[in-house]
Design a binder for this molecule. Structure first.
Ligand code: SAM
Ligand code: SF4
Ligand code: SF4
Length: 338
């Protein structure tokens, strides 16, 4: 049996697994799946190519045996995959798993939130980039209104999927003039808005360093309206930096992946919908676990294979990013999730 103290070449343990359950989405966010690229002719994965729920659960168990404590389901849009609550039910039964969560665009939550909760989902992250209708619709490019997502957030809260985190990607000149409104809306609600620096994921979103509003600037702008003070991280390696409103109105988070990279504490592996294992969000290549699963590998062989990949992991992309590296071919965000 592979030892539990599995470390990569930079002494980082394997603690988190993000599982993309589909590469499809009902949104076409310009920063993630621009319509010109992800149009009617785009070759999405077919049913036989994506991992079945049984395959996902089997791999998840192997990862938990190797030290993973937290699993996040993502996509594409995870809620477009049928019967997601069945998968959640099976994953939540894995002994040793401490946290099972999900990132969603929120548009399909009203119908699904109670089922997800009943199946064992503990928390949820919902993406909402702006409270301004025109800005939000321009960003999601699918005609989905702010009200629909807000209703999804309410549905999640009513179902008891608390605490709720709200993810907002900030792009200069696109939605940065609306960040204070977003903070204002959720102040005092118990939900935590997390502003994310726009990243050069994939190779289709036309990223430029100039489009990034830094976490520092975000904190300054929100703090100018509602004074903020830094709060302690909940745990080592927490991706978001926490800032608390000094008047007790709750907190916000900022994810400074560009301006203050956190590779040194990165304990995340990512499994794509077709079963490729990636050790970095910005990787160009994954390891094919679907072939192993379907080729009859034993659990021990799967454990060995994951351990082999993790032990040679050397990724620290965000620490060495330049405008040139941003243009390199990398896996798309919709393939491996955020
Ligand atoms: N469809 C779901 C959603 O939007 O929440 C889950 C998948 S999405 C890829 C996961 C997260 O990544 C979302 O919060 C999204 O806003 C974020 N994201 C996507 N592209 C990004 C980019 N270029 N830079 C920063 N965050 C990005
Ligand atoms: Fe879909 Fe999420 Fe990407 Fe938007 S960010 S296109 S909702 S996968
Ligand atoms: Fe982790 Fe790669 Fe992001 Fe660095 S760039 S924090 S190694 S996913």
């Amino acid at each position: 049996m592979v030892s539990m103290s599995l470390l990569d070449t930079r002494d980082r343990p394997l603690r988190d697994l993000r599982i993309s359950v589909t590469d499809r989405c009902n949104f076409r966010c310009r920063y993630c799946m621009p319509r010109e690229v992800f149009g009617p002719d785009y070759a999405f994965l077919n049913r036989a190519e994506i991992l079945t729920y049984e395959e996902i659960v089997r791999l998840a168990r192997v990862f938990v045996e190797l030290g993973v404590e937290k699993i996040r389901l993502t996509g594409g849009e995870p809620l477009v995959r049928r019967g997601l609550d069945e998968l959640i039910g099976q994953l939540s039964g894995i002994e040793g798993l401490r946290d099972l969560t999900l990132t969603t665009n929120g548009s399909l939550l009203r119908a699904q939130a109670p089922r997800l909760k009943a199946a064992g989902l503990t928390r949820i992250t919902i993406s909402l980039d702006s409270m301004d209708e025109a800005v939000f619709q321009r960003m999601n490019d699918a005609g989905v209104s702010v009200a629909t997502v807000l209703d999804g957030i309410d549905a999640a809260a009513e179902a008891g999927l608390q605490p709720i985190k709200i993810n907002a990607v900030v792009q200069k000149g696109v939605n940065d003039h609306t960040i204070v409104d977003l903070a204002r809306h959720f102040r005092g609600s118990g939900h935590i808005v997390r502003f994310i620096e726009f990243m050069d994921v994939g190779s289709t979103n036309g990223w430029r360093m100039n489009d990034v509003v830094t976490a520092r600037e975000i904190v300054e702008r929100v703090g100018a309206e509602f004074p903020l003070e830094p709060a302690e991280a909940n745990y080592r390696g927490e991706v978001a930096q926490r800032w608390r409103y000094t008047d007790g109105g709750g907190e916000i988070g900022v994810i400074a992946s560009i301006s203050q990279p956190f590779c040194g504490d990165c304990t995340r592996a990512r499994l794509s919908a077709e079963g490729e294992l990636y050790t970095c969000l910005f990787a160009s290549k994954g390891q094919d676990f679907r072939a192993l699963l379907r080729g009859g590998a034993s659990d021990e062989e799967l454990r060995e294979a994951v351990a082999r990949v993790w032990r040679v992991r050397d990724d620290r992309y965000s620490e060495i990013r330049t405008e040139e590296t941003a243009g390199l071919r990398k896996v798309e965000m919709s393939h491996i999730g955020g």
